[in-house]
Write a protein that binds this ligand. Structure first.
Ligand SMILES: O=C(O)c1ccccc1NCC(=O)[C@H](O)[C@H](O)COP(=O)(O)O
Length: 271
């Protein structure tokens, strides 16, 4: 059962995550203009040297800049989480996302590709064609990550504006676990359960969804004086509690082989 924690941008936080036993340490490139960041490069090198996996999200789609960033950071995993409007290959946004993954896989065969599969909030699993999207991206992906799409805030029947426009993630809310479970059942690649996961609900998430791994960002971030999560700042106590909860759940189930998406050897993704 892999544990992935996002928004680690510094060597100090990377070291803390390694000490806590995190398996996948995720970082974010927030813009194509400022993709080159030496401290982040050092953080990713620290993860590599410790034998853990680094995962890198580009919050942009420029294939040349993404290629330069992979050459510069050498992440183990490149993670795409752009929001896709449909599962129609004729849709230019969908076609461009598929082509981007195709090009990156061809050019960097040693870098695993993670694709976020957007799922509606709990009870709104019908908001998006999540399973059809997964089917489309499966041949070009080594990992899937379920993530939550905010729905219906404005009384509409589809997705709302997301915390980062054009991308899926950092909502702090759980997705429809029924759809996530069905994705785990159907998927030929390992699935990481994400979206609103923290120490309080990770046991239930593992039990109900049976993923190959779990991910957390918002609910393991530090909070400000008003209790609002601070982007790019982790709370080590929350991460430690999450790691303990996952390890306990796995131990109670009899060890790694008896829980989650056991058909995968997730030590090494299927590239
Ligand atoms: O961290 C970001 O800046 C980010 C922005 C837009 C999409 C994804 C982003 N990153 C993190 C992840 O992919 C998450 O770990 C994920 O969204 C988890 O959800 P949550 O725990 O609810 O924050």
């Amino acid at each position: 059962m892999k544990i992935q924690i996002y928004e680690i941008q510094t060597v100090a936080e990377a070291r803390t995550m390694l000490e806590l036993g995190v398996d996948h340490i995720g970082s974010v490139l927030v813009s194509s203009d400022q993709w080159r960041d030496e401290p982040l490069q050092e953080a990713i090198a620290t993860v590599r040297a410790a034998g853990a996996k680094s995962s890198l999200i580009p919050l942009f789609q420029d294939v040349d800049v993404i290629g330069r960033a992979i050459d510069f950071y050498h992440p183990d995993i490149i993670h795409f989480c752009d929001a896709l409007p449909s599962a129609n290959v004729e849709d230019p946004t969908v076609a461009a996302a598929l082509e981007l993954q195709r090009q990156i896989r061809r050019r960097f065969p040693d870098v695993a590709v993670m694709r976020s599969i957007a799922i509606g909030e709990q009870g709104r699993g019908d908001a998006l064609p999540s399973l059809a999207l997964a089917e489309l991206f499966e041949p070009l992906s080594d990992w899937f990550l379920t993530d939550t799409v905010l729905c219906d805030k404005n009384g509409g029947d589809g997705p709302d504006e997301q915390p980062v426009s054009g991308f899926v993630g950092i909502t702090g809310r759980i997705c429809d676990w029924g759809v996530a479970r069905e994705l785990v059942r159907r998927s030929a690649v390992p699935v990481i359960l994400a979206g609103g996961i923290g120490p309080h609900n990770v046991r239930a998430g593992i039990a109900q969804v049976g993923p190959a791994g779990v991910d957390s960002c918002t609910l393991t971030n530090a909070v400000d004086a008003r209790g609002r999560p601070i982007r790019f700042k982790k709370d080590p106590r929350k991460v430690g509690a999450m790691v303990s909860a996952v390890r306990e759940t796995v131990a109670l189930a009899g060890g790694d082989a008896s829980i989650g998406q056991q058909r995968f050897n997730v030590q090494r993704p299927t590239i």
